[in-house]
Design a binder for this molecule. Structure first.
Ligand SMILES: [Zn+2]
Length: 129
């Protein structure tokens, strides 16, 4: 199940509310026109759940790193049920990637965790140690 931008920016996963390109509400039907006829999905393959990250800035950072590695990454808030009183930044976020890139994405996120542990002075805390 996919949805389409009325401005023909391409198909999107059905949980996407608005087109990230132009901000218009997505429709169930593809727009008419030659571009729709030959338009291929920009995401090749099935989108699968990758991981949940405890806050938005960290989720954004992780998504950026994955994109730099050439892995198309989607992000959405997942914590609204528990922390609806908080700001969006305090909500946990789910990351989604293309199925075929999932293993590589897991490896990249794992290596990020290791780097964080090895470089505590990069963050400027615990300087007394
Ligand atoms: Zn659009």
């Amino acid at each position: 199940m996919v949805k389409y931008c009325p401005g023909d920016d391409g198909p999107f996963e059905d949980w996407v509310e608005r087109c990230p390109e132009c901000g218009r509400r997505l429709r169930a039907e593809p727009p008419p026109g030659p571009k729709a006829a030959r338009g291929a999905p920009r995401l090749d393959g099935k989108i699968v759940y990758l991981t949940t990250i405890s806050n938005e800035p960290l989720a954004q950072l992780s998504a950026d790193v994955l994109r730099q590695e050439g892995i198309e990454t989607m992000m959405r808030a997942s914590g609204a049920g528990i922390g609806a009183w908080g700001s969006a930044a305090s909500l946990s976020h789910d990351l989604y990637v293309v199925d075929s890139e999932r293993e590589r994405a897991v490896e990249i996120l794992r290596s990020l965790d290791e780097e964080d542990e090895e470089a505590p002075d990069g963050f400027g805390f615990d300087s007394s140690l």
